[in-house]
Design a protein around this ligand. Structure first.
Ligand SMILES: Cc1cc2nc3c(=O)[nH]c(=O)nc-3n(C[C@H](O)[C@H](O)[C@H](O)COP(=O)(O)O)c2cc1C
Length: 203
């Protein structure tokens, strides 16, 4: 099968890409609306782009011609919280992608408890094993759909105590969920540990 990308509609291209770029980690993002409601939504176009300062990137698309509430809120207030969800939170993550009106809080609708954050006004989710308080640093628009790549600096990492050993995350215990194409999710399978690769010095 050979597909020339130029001939693809955005919708078909999206379906291909979301099936090819797998598994994707999920940024579960809380933000505050203009009216002060806590908005919550998942974003699997998600990675980190720098360790110092720690910078996280999410790509937020549009619903028709308007940006999603998350992008609107982050651009207006310049702060948000990125959570990592574990297997027990899969259904809540999925349901939080429901399109509610901007003044409806997904957190309230789903009955999720929140905690005050330290350096941002946006609350964080009590049930999430990891929460990262973020401040907006960059916003770039890409492509005909004008998806927004939102890059934020992590100000505070909140990590459940037992998940951090000698500065490293215990991945199996974190039990992160990942997004596949469509309404499909995955949990970790086998973890393969290989010997470290050492660089040989060039003379
Ligand atoms: C697991 C999952 C991952 C998602 N990833 C993205 C993404 O990377 N970018 C995006 O624009 N929408 C993504 N969505 C769709 C948004 O979550 C959805 O449009 C949501 O209603 C946006 O909420 P908001 O308007 O409150 O920001 C994803 C949905 C799910 C269920």
């Amino acid at each position: 099968m050979r597909i020339v990308a130029r001939d693809l509609e955005a919708e078909r291209s999206y379906r291909l890409l979301t099936g090819i770029v797998v598994p994707r980690p999920i940024a579960w993002v809380s933000s505050l609306s203009a009216g002060g409601k806590v908005n919550l939504a998942p974003f699997s176009a998600f990675t980190f782009v720098s360790p110092k300062p720690p910078l996280l990137a999410i790509s937020v698309g549009r619903k028709g011609s308007v940006y999603k509430d998350t992008a609107i809120n982050i651009l207006a207030r310049e702060e948000y919280v990125v959570h990592i969800a574990d297997g027990s939170l899969t259904e809540a993550v999925h349901l939080s992608s429901t399109e509610f009106a901007p003044d409806v809080s997904e957190v309230e609708e789903l009955g999720l408890a929140t905690l005050a954050s330290e350096q941002v006004k946006v609350p964080r989710l009590a049930a999430a094993p990891i929460a990262m308080e973020c401040r907006l640093r960059h916003c770039l628009e890409f492509g005909e759909t004008r998806s927004r790549l939102i890059v934020g600096e992590v100000l505070v990492f909140h990590i459940r105590d037992e998940l951090l050993r000698q500065g490293k995350i215990e991945t199996a215990e974190l039990d992160p969920i990942a997004r596949l194409g469509g309404p499909n999710y995955a949990r970790l399978g086998e973890i393969m540990t290989l010997s470290p690769v050492y660089q040989t010095a060039k003379s």
